[in-house]
Design a protein around this ligand. Structure first.
Ligand SMILES: NC(=O)c1ccc[n+]([C@@H]2O[C@H](COP(=O)([O-])OP(=O)(O)OC[C@H]3O[C@@H](n4cnc5c(N)ncnc54)[C@H](O)[C@@H]3O)[C@@H](O)[C@H]2O)c1
Length: 283
């Protein structure tokens, strides 16, 4: 397995921040790149306040917090990722934007560096083929919130080498996660199964079957799920959720994947869930 010591994260949203925290906690040197310096600094500030909370609760030593934070370097320069052994992109769920980024990373990151995507649904092979090293490209799909969720799906596009997949699985395991390997199909395992359920919960709300609170209470109490589907959509982000459904629908043509109109209208209205402080609930 290739040796990973420095990890680049591109994107400073919900998942970029979570990935930076997970990798730094696991002992990797982390460089987080956002398009603006403020965006990158916000990641460090967010991780700092998460770790401060754990120190206050006695779950983390102050010295360990400082060491973790010392391993994170925020930047707005993509070039700073040149020496990374692994770069994981976690920018907006849009294929054209991701392909453009992979073509740029190809020019910048050292030839034996692995380029990975945290995409929830998009074809990883499309990103691999935007580079000159398709054998060194794979998916490393973390779940939200990344520091808490145990699973990582390592996605093998047709083009990936065994060594790339082995290294990605080893990285996920070193991050304390349970890693599974999955082929490059929209939604992989979890989202392909989860999103028809989430979509149908919104359909039920549209139909007036029950209130938002009662739909969520039903699935928590009736299925022992930690949160209901509408609260989960707010956590994932409505914009990301619609992009995920669109990619699933484009691949499989299954009506269960056709995003219900309410969700699309909410995105247009800027009601994106927790990140915009308003979604199915207010925050
Ligand atoms: N939200 C989830 O629950 C979740 C879980 C697993 C994986 N993912 C995946 O992680 C990725 C990021 O999702 P997120 O939830 O962190 O989204 P987010 O909206 O919180 O963050 C998106 C990031 O992309 C950046 N961005 C937007 N447009 C860009 C552009 N044109 N060029 C470069 N950067 C751009 C934004 O500045 C931001 O930093 C997506 O691929 C998503 O599918 C999301």
């Amino acid at each position: 397995m290739g040796e990973i010591s420095t990890v680049g994260i591109v994107g400073s949203g919900i998942m970029g921040s979570g990935l930076a925290e997970v990798a730094a906690r696991s002992g990797f040197s982390v460089i987080v790149r956002s398009r603006t310096k403020q965006g990158a600094d916000r990641v460090l500030a967010g991780v700092t306040s998460n770790l401060d909370r754990q120190v206050a609760k006695g779950k983390l030593e102050a010295g360990d917090r400082d060491a973790i934070l010392g391993r994170i370097t925020p930047t707005d320069h993509l070039r700073q990722l040149a020496e990374c052994d692994l770069v994981i992109e976690s920018i907006v769920e849009d294929l054209a934007t991701k392909r453009e980024l992979f073509a740029e990373l190809e020019q910048i990151v050292k030839a034996d560096g692995i380029l990975a995507t945290n995409t929830s649904t998009l074809p990883v092979v499309e990103m691999a083929m935007a580079t000159q090293r398709p054998d060194r490209v794979c998916g490393i799909h973390f779940f939200n919130p990344a520091p808490m969720m145990k699973l990582v799906e390592v996605v093998r596009p047709l083009t990936a080498s065994d060594d790339t997949i082995k290294t990605a699985l080893g990285f996920a395991t070193a991050c304390g996660k349970d890693a599974i390997e999955v082929t490059d199909r929209a939604g992989f395992v979890v989202n392909a199964l989860l999103f028809p359920y989430l979509n149908n919960a919104v359909r039920m709300l549209e139909n007036g079957t029950a209130s938002r609170e009662d739909i969520d209470t039903a699935m928590q109490g009736g299925c022992n799920f930690p949160m209901g589907p509408l609260a989960l959509l707010d956590l994932v982000g409505l914009d990301t959720s619609v992009s995920i459904l669109d990619a699933l629908y484009a691949e499989f043509g299954d009506p269960n994947y056709a995003a219900v109109p309410t969700m699309r209208r909410m995105v247009t209205a800027g009601q994106l869930g927790r990140k915009s402080k308003h979604g199915f609930y207010s925050y």
